[in-house]
Design a binder for this molecule. Structure first.
Ligand code: NAG
Ligand code: NAG
Ligand code: NAG
Ligand code: NAG
Ligand code: NAG
Length: 480
């Protein structure tokens, strides 16, 4: 989930290259300055892509909607890392595989696998191959260009995938349906059902199944793995734990959900009663992406919630540029709240149904489950996560589930900082699960970590706070 307020995205205005994409002049509402800004943002975004050539993400010719989910379509055993900024020692592969949407429809999707230099040593490691973390990323955007497997820093860089692989775990990371591979072989568009935890959980499960088929000696059929995600991916990880109840995958050792959205449409409704709050402005700003998500799940809904202004910005500015979060924030500059979405659009029956289908939490799950939340999170507020934990825990108690859920809150931490603040917890937790250390006994445990000097630490609402990228003719930039 993300803002489109320029104030949170100063970085989108930096480093604008000379290459200007043509073809968005048909917008009737984005004026000269608006166009200049989106072009700058889009050009900077393209500089952050490992490749501008999306041929890897063309739907493979042997895709068929009759294939079961988790089928392997393409394997790139070794990804050329010269255009990525990936730590030494690590290597990467990419796969294209089949996933299934909420209707069970089979779709092609992509994923990367980040390989460690050497595997984490666990008691069973010799027999079981590489311990794995199935990583579910947060919002990158909702269009083709927003596949983290084509981001030079894999979007979450040292916050998650680099760190996990450097610590000896193979990281299997889906891009999610609709990102990267955007069409079926017949040209039909694949929408991205943003913030639909159960759909992204399908993408995560199927990526694990397909990655094991691609590398059976490294990722063995029963090898230990933990599912983990943040933000949109936190919802995916929680939904993944729920999916394990009916569709277990061998080797599952638990899930970590950081800052998971749970009931997004309710959160949006609350926002309209709290419009002066930053958290409210952020989710209000996210409405076009939510409207696109409802359309991805129910094509007949067909963007009904967009106004003529937001329709113009979506289809004549953002889509032609294939823009992701940075460009998204710029494409909607100066669109007022009234112009952004039709009033009460979320009362439509399709949206109500989407709200029900997209929910993570408040359902039976297979644990152990670790849920983490920052008390100052303005994107997925702590007071949306805690009630979902409490309700789930009350179900656990009353229905005598033999499962464990641990909820840890981090004082004063915002959306991305909560990942860093909690690293000491989740990294050890994951290694314990992968090593076969028993998890805490069934039941719920809640705790708060009070951070030291939280007034004096740097807080960022954005992911890209530490990694720059430079081309070889600007390699002097690396020496800073
Ligand atoms: C947004 O509106 C403000 C106030 O009217 C104006 O100064 C600014 O140039 C506008 N920005 C864009 C990108 O159009
Ligand atoms: C699709 O083709 C690739 C490459 O030829 C092959 O490795 C893969 O197994 C095929 N998948 C299916 C489901 O036919
Ligand atoms: C404001 O948001 C809170 C949740 O933070 C919610 O409980 C409340 O109902 C909202 N106010 C209105 C008037 O919607
Ligand atoms: C999924 O099923 C629903 C209900 O039958 C239908 O309205 C919707 O269009 C389907 N979505 C897709 C992507 O096929
Ligand atoms: C959605 O609406 C557009 C124009 O308003 C129309 O051209 C298109 O055919 C519609 N698509 C569906 C799936 O109803």
């Amino acid at each position: 989930m993300h803002s489109h307020f320029g104030v949170f995205l100063p970085i989108a205005l930096l480093g604008a290259g000379a290459s200007i994409v043509a073809g968005i002049s048909s917008s009737s509402t984005c004026g000269a300055l608006c166009l200049e800004n989106v072009h700058k943002g889009s050009s900077w975004e393209m500089d952050q892509h490992a490749s501008r050539d999306f041929s890897f993400y063309e739907p493979p010719s042997n895709f068929s909607s009759k294939l079961p989910p988790g089928s392997l379509l393409t394997v790139e055993p070794v990804t050329d890392l010269s255009e990525y900024s990936i730590p030494s020692g690590l290597s990467m592969s990419r796969i294209i595989y089949t996933t299934n949407d909420l209707n069970g429809t089979t779709l092609p999707a992509s994923a990367y696998i980040l390989w460690p230099y050497a595997p984490l040593e666990t008691p069973e490691q010799q027999k079981q191959g590489y311990p794995m973390v199935a990583w579910a990323h947060g919002t990158s955007g909702v269009l083709r260009g927003c596949a983290p497997s084509n981001y030079r820093n894999l979007q979450y860089h040292f916050m998650a995938p680099f760190l996990l692989a450097l610590q000896g775990m193979a990281v299997v990371a889906p891009d999610y349906a609709g990102l990267g591979i955007r069409t079926l072989p017949n040209g039909q568009e694949i929408g991205h059902p943003w913030l639909t935890g159960p759909a992204q959980a399908n993408d995560l499960s199927n990526a694990i199944i397909a990655a094991r088929k691609a590398f059976p000696s490294l990722l063995t059929a029963n090898g230990p793995f933990v599912a983990m995600g943040h933000s949109q991916g936190g919802g995916a990880a929680w939904s993944f734990a729920e999916k394990q109840v009916k569709e277990p995958i061998s080797g599952y050792k638990g899930a970590v959900a950081i800052a998971p959205p749970t009931r997004t449409i309710d959160h949006l409704k609350d926002a309209f009663g709290n419009v002066t709050q930053t958290w409210a402005q952020l989710i209000i700003a996210g409405q076009p992406k939510l409207i696109a998500a409802v359309t991805a799940v129910f094509p007949s809904y067909n963007y009904t919630g967009l106004t003529s202004v937001s329709y113009d910005r979506w289809f004549n500015v953002l889509e032609p540029l294939d823009g992701c979060l940075p460009t998204d924030s710029l494409a909607f500059t100066n669109v007022t709240t009234d112009e952004l979405a039709v009033a009460n659009w979320y009362d439509a029956p399709e949206v109500q149904e989407y709200a029900r289908l997209s929910e993570s939490g408040r359902k039976k799950f297979k644990g152990p489950l670790l849920v983490i939340s920052g008390e100052a999170d303005i994107v997925v507020p702590h007071d949306t996560v805690e009630p979902a934990v409490d309700d789930t825990c009350s179900m656990l108690t009353h229905e005598h589930w033999d499962e464990s859920l641990e909820f840890v809150s981090y004082s004063a931490m915002d959306h991305f900082p909560s990942i860093q603040a909690s690293q000491i917890k989740w990294l050890a937790w994951i290694k314990d699960r992968l090593s076969g250390v028993p998890a805490s006994k069934s039941g719920c445990v809640k705790s708060l970590v009070n951070g030291f000097r939280t007034d004096d630490t740097f807080q960022s609402a954005e992911p890209n706070f530490l990694e720059g990228w430079a081309s070889t003719d600007e390699s002097w930039k690396y020496s800073l």
